[in-house]
Design a protein around this ligand. Sequence first.
Ligand code: UD1
Ligand code: CA
Length: 445
Amino acid sequence: MGSRPFTIAILAAGMGTRTRRSEPKVLLPLCGRPMLEWVLDAAARLEPDRIVVVLHHGKGAVEAALGERFREFDCLVVDQGEPKGTGHAVSRALDACEERSGGPIEGDLLVLYGDSPLITREALLDLRAALEESLDGNGSTPEASLLTCEPEDPAGLGRILRDDEGWFLGIREEKDCNEEELRIPEVNTGFCCFRIETLKRYLPLLSTKNEQGEYYLTDLFGLMVRDDRIVMPIVTEDPTEVMGVNRLDQLSQARWILQERIHWEHLDRGVLIEDPATTVIEHGVEIGEGTKILPFTVIRKGVRIGRNCEVGPFSHLRVGAVLEEGAEIGNFVEMKKSTLGPGAKAKHLTYLGDATIGGKTNVGAGTITANYDGRAKHRTEIGDGAFIGSGTIIVAPAKVGNGALTGAGALVTRNSEIPEGEVWVGIPARPHRKSGSEAGEGGKA
Ligand code: UD1
Ligand code: CA
């Protein structure tokens, strides 16, 4: 949709003082990715002609975290200089676009805020489509649109001013509101869209005569309405998708909303999540159909879980953890950069770091791969059909062959290679000579 050229500006130059954190607000984590990356993705999904990102505070850190994504979408990154308000940020964005394209740019500009990560594609499409709808039958279309909502708690947000008949008049920032205006339930979400030619005409009219001494982008709407230009406010039904994050309590609310969306996607694909309320699954996790995720489980980004696996309760899957089809992990099992082969099990009290575990292998209760020697990380390789006895410690690098077995409490020392089918026991673990002994008292998974 949309016949005119289309630019998206993402405003993210602010300091974010209300979060009381040292990192730039837009880098605060949400389900495994920085807040700004959610906004960038929402922007990219609309396939605009260009994306311009306005940065200043923490610019270096933001570029370090998201530089690759900026390049992927060919974003124009602009330094706003000392931020003087959202109106100033948009004007800097437009200037930078025109500089890059060597002349005036045309079409529409959609404005997104770097601190509003929950927006959906549908809501943005509506906002943009509003500029193409003829309202009065004479073919005149709105020159700007904005998204409004009535949240439970409007604190901190700009209020929508309307006349007695409900016609939109403009926006008043909370700090500039009088008592009566503060009681207005309808607020500005920040999402808005402009015809660029109108925007360019009105931006120079903004002033800093307000409580915060800033150029408010939000003042533009009132100025346009005063000149009888059509501004289209769209009321969204769902306040959760437009919520902004200014404080850490809002960050955790936003996280939960995204978390529910992620859960829903997995549930929809046949993953049974017994208790979503106690299950953390970050963005970018693959889980196969038929897999069960039991309560109190944390699955970080990039983890891959095959079909018909079982994870939890109380499991922790970190970066680079892979469970192949039918693998199972249980209580207090942590995995990092490790693969459990098809049908392998590690059901109790285990750390698998930098380890490869073959198919059908049983990792007994209390097994630890000691992957870190204080300087570097080393790998553990365990073959197929092996049996690791309860309480085994494997000091990496080490190898355990196919079908090999370690006795309960074995300490497999650094550089050990247990050959296929052998039984090793003791501290330090050594081949077990006697046959038919107690060597294999592993915890059955
Ligand atoms: C803004 C709106 C308010 C709306 C609310 C919704 C204005 C003036 N107010 O208020 O009506 O209800 O969002 O969440 O727009 N930024 C810059 N450069 C600047 C200033 C801000 O890039 O000079 C960026 C910030 O980094 C942030 C976004 O713009 O990502 C919004 O700025 P913020 O200061 O959070 O505005 P609010 O007070 O939340
Ligand atoms: Ca904000």
